[in-house]
Design a protein around this ligand. Structure first.
Ligand code: F3S
Length: 398
């Protein structure tokens, strides 16, 4: 891989051990994927910061890197941590877990990482432009950035994202190259999307049939929150990092003005969606808690939930997961107080999957999240009842 003189110097240790280590990692990654060079990036999003997922080895790695002087040189945001960093006691998080989680966050803060602790950084200040090169790592953030924003990123691992933040560069391969972003699979949706569960069931149907980049026709919605949940579901069920949707996503036209001869084509209709929804969730009337916010909710979604509940209250507690900046915004309005009265709790900094919910005695969850239907059973051993938010509220409001 070609390295500039300056990059060579970093690799040779002339700027210290930490930068040398970060550069070594990027060069190794670049060589593995046959990248021709490194390119500059404008921002980083770092996953793998929950103590639940990285444990003591991850904590020790981050602390030792930061104690050796690691500093980020481009804006870098953290992914969700394993707990609400301010209100962890209320959630029943154990002292030992909290202490170690705080150490991870403090170390990253010392390195200059912004503790937004979210998988939706684009909703709270980290919004790249189309064709901007970035190095993000959380799967739902990556697919949203590539597909809905039209920014360019591979799906980074936690360490490679951190290395990119320290150097300000990433290897030029994969989705940084326009050619590799072309769709290969044509998906025709024959039907109408009625709610978010239909949208995520469509993602599930596509994910189950192919790992190729889809070009999706026939979807009748223009809503960034639905696209956020759609991408998250697609990424969860088959690791895709990009999709294109006719008349909706920015690159759809670029790639599909009649010049792509799709080898593979599939059709999905409303019957397929109904079948998918049955497979994604289980039957059941009751649950321990309602969880909304995977990916993290926008302020608009929280306001809509408050509106839908209206003057009623929920007989089952609802947890809404979001970023701290969105929570602060909601707290400045009357909505947070109203939701509290309605048995709804807003939880910041963490998420249904990376918080240790299995240790909190939660065995069954109601959610409208397609991604959570994949991860809650596997990562948290929780049964999932999958239904749209409007139905959730009608079932549990009194
Ligand atoms: Fe975000 Fe956690 Fe879901 S990182 S997409 S809320 S699994």
């Amino acid at each position: 891989m070609f390295l500039s003189k300056e990059e060579e110097k970093i690799l040779n240790g002339e700027y210290g051990e930490v930068k040398q280590l970060a550069m070594k990692l990027l060069v190794k990654l670049g060589e593995k994927f046959k990248a021709e060079k490194l390119i500059s990036i404008s921002s980083v999003q770092i996953a793998g910061i929950s103590y639940k997922t990285i444990g003591d080895p991850g904590l020790e790695f981050i602390e030792s890197l930061v104690n050796s002087g690691a500093k980020v040189c481009v804006p870098a945001f953290m992914n969700p941590a394993g707990m609400d960093l301010d209100n962890w006691k209320e959630l029943g998080i154990k002292e030992e877990f909290a202490e170690k989680q705080k150490r991870i966050v403090e170390a990253l803060k010392k390195a200059g990482v912004i503790p937004a602790s979210t998988c939706t950084p684009y909703l709270c200040g980290l919004l790249p432009a189309k064709d901007e090169h970035i190095a993000w790592s959380e799967s739902s953030a990556v697919i949203f950035a590539n597909s809905v924003i039209g920014a360019l990123t591979n799906r980074e691992g936690g360490p490679s994202a951190l290395a990119s933040a320290i150097i300000g560069k990433t290897p030029y391969y994969g989705f940084h190259i326009k050619e590799n972003r072309k769709p290969k699979l044509k998906v025709e949706f024959l039907g109408k999307i009625k709610d978010e569960c239909d949208m995520y069931a469509l993602a599930y149907c596509i994910a189950k049939q192919s790992k190729d980049i889809p070009y999706i026709k026939g979807v009748n919605v223009h809503d960034s929150d639905l696209l956020k949940g759609f991408g998250a579901t697609l990424a969860a069920y088959n690791s895709l990092a990009i999709f294109h949707m006719e008349n909706i996503t920015p690159e759809a036209k670029e790639f599909c003005n009649g010049n792509i001869d799709f080898q593979d084509k599939i059709k999905i209709d409303e019957k397929d969606l109904e079948k998918a929804k049955k497979e994604m969730g289980e039957e059941g009337e009751e649950a321990d808690v309602i969880m909304i916010g995977c990916p993290h909710t926008s302020a608009k979604e929280i306001a809509m939930i408050n509106e839908m509940i209206g003057e009623r209250k929920l007989r089952k507690e609802m947890w809404i997961f979001t970023s701290k900046p969105i929570k602060v915004l909601i707290e400045r309005s009357n909505i947070a107080k109203e939701l509290e009265r309605k048995n709804v709790r807003i939880i910041a900094d963490t998420c249904p999957v990376v918080a240790p919910i299995e240790d909190l005695g939660i065995k069954c969850v109601v959610t409208n999240s397609g991604k959570a239907t994949f991860y809650l059973p596997s990562a948290c051993k929780a049964k999932v009842i999958f239904m749209p938010i409007r139905e959730v509220i009608e079932r549990f409001a009194i």
